[in-house]
Write a protein that binds this ligand. Structure first.
Ligand code: HMG
Length: 366
């Protein structure tokens, strides 16, 4: 294949599978347990429910279920899967990649490049970019990639981050762009910082909360600045049907939208309108799930893509602490309109159980 032919290989999301774990707790319940005003969590942070995993359920189960759903929906020949990349920060081993556990459950072996990607919440996006570039380079020789973003986000009990907890997984087959094409051009920004990190051997992250908020906003400002470049910002953003963000908690996203809008010199009313029309609607599933780290952005993207007509465009801002960020753009394909993956969320929400504060304390081990 010539370099020119490789560059035009049609590439994007061919199918999506999602999975939320079987338990959840409202943030009001947590507020009661921690002696906080529930409005701090609901209005102050914008949170609603936290997805939780029971003791015998974890990132392997989350990733596998999402992958099974994505593969079934794709309907392709499994021997065409030449890459399995799992973005996660819920590593189960320091050496063996999470992809090996998932491949085992899926029965995937052979001529497959199988690996784990780590960069905090940005890992899933990096896996998507690698899979896309692998196909576009021609190295894939027409094969498809299975990309999974899966995490269980838990903070130490009583940590300010506790109400933002969550868990979930998104799997995507990267192949023909039937759901959405992913533009090869994207807009990265990174700066080495200690905003959120988890030293080797520790169970919970360490967080500099105010710094993490500032890093996220700075990254968003720089990525959107690069996207708009010399164009009129209003015109550039009006081409987007939806703008998705990594969602550590919904209020963070609103703060970032304001930072970007202020950078463009917009009035508060104009920024509020952008947030209301193009950003807030994409976070419906996130607010029922909590922060699912690598999966959070892609849960929002999956929500935004469902119902779109061919050619409608979406932006996706990925942020991972440490920090690295990247703004991607996608264009809806013929299968976006039906949004078949919505049934995954409906099924998981219908079957999940709400836990009480007492039950939560029991399985967190107090
Ligand atoms: P905190 O310090 O407890 O909260 O933790 P606060 O005191 O800053 O209050 C939060 C908001 O609630 C404020 O609103 C208060 O005014 C309001 P704001 O002024 O910011 O708009 N508030 C109330 N509102 C109504 N009624 C009340 C009330 N009381 C207060 N009664 C913090 C907040 C975000 C720091 C904490 O949750 C945290 O540490 N979270 C984890 C870190 C995080 O999510 N950072 C976000 C950016 S970094 C990121 O996205 C990466 C990440 O996903 C990890 C990765 O990449 O792997 C985290």
């Amino acid at each position: 294949m010539s370099a020119h032919a490789a560059a035009v290989t049609p590439t994007g999301i061919a199918s999506i599978g999602l999975h939320f774990p079987p338990l959840a707790m409202s943030v009001e319940e947590l507020a009661q347990l921690r002696g906080e005003d529930p409005k701090k969590y609901t209005l102050g942070l914008g949170c609603k429910e936290m997805s939780l995993c029971p003791p015998d359920y974890g990132v392997v189960e989350l990733a596998t279920k999402a992958a099974q759903r994505a593969i079934r929906r794709w309907g392709g020949d499994r021997t065409r899967l030449g890459m399995l990349a799992v973005g996660t920060e819920t590593a189960v081993d320091m050496s063996r990649p999470l992809s090996a556990w998932v491949a085992d459950r899926l029965g995937l072996r052979g001529a497959v490049r199988s690996y784990e990607v780590k960069h905090a919440c940005y890992g899933g996006t990096l896996a998507v970019k690698q899979a896309t570039e692998w196909r576009m380079s021609g190295a894939a020789q027409g094969k498809a990639a299975l990309v999974i973003a899966a995490d269980v986000a838990l903070y130490e009990q009583g940590d300010p981050g506790e109400p933002t907890q969550g868990a979930g997984a998104v799997a995507m087959v990267i192949d023909e762009p039937n759901v959405a094409a992913i533009d090869s051009m994207s807009y990265p920004w990174s700066e080495p910082e200690f905003d959120f990190w988890r030293p080797v051997g520790t169970s919970y992250p360490l967080v500099d909360g105010p710094l993490s908020l500032e890093c996220y906003k700075r990254a968003a400002e720089n990525c959107f600045k690069a996207l708009v470049a010399k164009r009129n910002p209003e015109e550039a953003l009006s081409e987007l049907a939806a703008i998705c963000f990594h969602v550590p908690f919904p209020k963070m996203v609103k703060k970032a939208v304001f930072r970007v809008g202020e950078f463009f010199g917009w009035s508060p009313e104009k920024i509020e309108e952008l947030f209301r029309d193009k950003v807030n609607p994409t976070m419906v599933w996130n607010s029922l799930c909590g922060n699912a780290y690598t999966a959070s952005l892609w849960i929002s993207v999956a929500n935004a893509l469902k119902g779109l007509a061919i050619g409608q465009r979406v932006a996706a801002f990925s942020y991972g602490s440490g920090f690295g960020a990247e703004l991607l753009t996608l264009e809806a394909g013929p299968m976006a309109l039906a949004g078949a993956w919505e049934e995954d969320i409906e099924e998981d929400l219908a079957s999940r159980q709400q836990v009480t504060a007492a039950e939560y304390e029991t399985f967190r081990g107090t």
